[in-house]
Design a protein around this ligand. Structure first.
Ligand SMILES: [Zn+2]
Length: 304
């Protein structure tokens, strides 16, 4: 199954890429004790960790939402043909993402809203595509919702020095600026109500303008947490960040708050990059959390 309904909202998983991310757990998550990975070997492999190579497996996927007749994309992956000198695994990709989107019944012109939970390289890629020598918006009729805090932080004109170093090199120029120049961005602050059932809120930490999308429809709840969780191990160890979190203390606090809300409200937690079943329910476990169950999304298959 690639689609579920929560209240009046339909959620469809659209794959771009699944596989190793060229990082071992101790590189990706320097704060997570090795024992936690060892203890979890039975359920973390193979979806979240390759047992042969000890490399983290990760998904790049877009969550396609349909709400009040609107077609909405949450994050746009890596994109094709992008020059990524500091992320070789994502450089010059040629994936079938648009074909996978078409299989879900969506042509580029059908998309009404694009949400970039934050402006890292792997969340904005399909914002644009290469048309001849120019990057142009992939979704010509869409409004692209971006946090103003992230837009300002990643804009090279502002001269910020991110933790990533040059890891996000070219990203603003080829995947953000062309959309802004086309007049298709909506830069929001604090929160943004998209439909009656979908709301964006600022959730700083991973990046200054990271955001989460909350779904509340009937009695159903879900929260799209972007990169506040890269691995389910961070549910068990919510104080542990990925090596990509700009503000470690802020990311910890935000993760605790969101997991607590999800546990208390029976909300499905939908991170950007979980492979396997893609989304998870959580419960409190003292000051930490545990997994309660997985969403019914099918794991990756070559058929997309
Ligand atoms: Zn990411």
């Amino acid at each position: 199954m690639e689609q579920i309904n929560l209240g009046d909202v339909t959620i469809t998983r659209v794959w771009e890429y699944y596989g190793p991310v060229e990082m071992t757990p101790d590189t990706f998550f320097p704060e997570i004790p090795k024992e936690v990975w060892d203890d979890g070997a039975s359920w973390l492999t193979p979806f979240f960790l390759d047992p042969e190579t000890n490399i983290v497996n990760s998904a790049i996927q877009t969550w396609l939402l349909r709400s009040e007749g609107k077609t909405i994309l949450v994050d746009t992956g890596v994109g094709n043909h992008k020059e990524r000198p500091y992320s070789p695994v994502w450089s010059h990709l040629e994936t079938d993402f648009l074909a996978n989107l078409a299989r879900a019944g969506v042509a580029p012109e059908d998309v009404d809203i694009v949400i970039n939970t934050h402006l890292h390289v792997d969340h904005v890629g399909w914002n644009t595509y290469l048309d001849g020598r120019h990057w142009v918006p992939t979704f010509p009729n869409a409004t692209y919702l971006m946090s103003k805090d992230d837009f300002d932080f990643w804009n090279p004109e502002n001269g910020h020095k991110p933790l990533l170093g040059r890891g996000n090199q070219n990203v603003f120029e080829d995947s953000v600026a062309p959309v802004h120049a086309a007049g298709q961005t909506q830069l929001w602050e604090n929160n943004y109500q998209i439909t009656a059932d979908l709301r964006l809120d600022a959730a700083p930490g991973h990046t200054p303008g990271s955001s989460v999308l909350t779904l509340a429809s009937g009695s159903d709840r879900a929260v799209f947490v972007g990169d506040l969780l890269h691995s389910p191990v961070q549910i068990l160890e919510p104080d542990t960040n990925s090596c990509f979190c700009e503000d470690p203390a802020g990311a910890r606090a935000t993760r605790h708050k969101l997991l607590g809300w999800a546990a208390d409200n029976n909300a499905l937690v939908i991170p950007a990059h979980l492979g396997g079943h893609g989304a998870v329910e959580v419960v409190r476990d003292g000051s930490k959390f545990a997994t309660k169950g997985w969403a019914p999304f099918a794991p990756y298959s070559e058929q997309g």
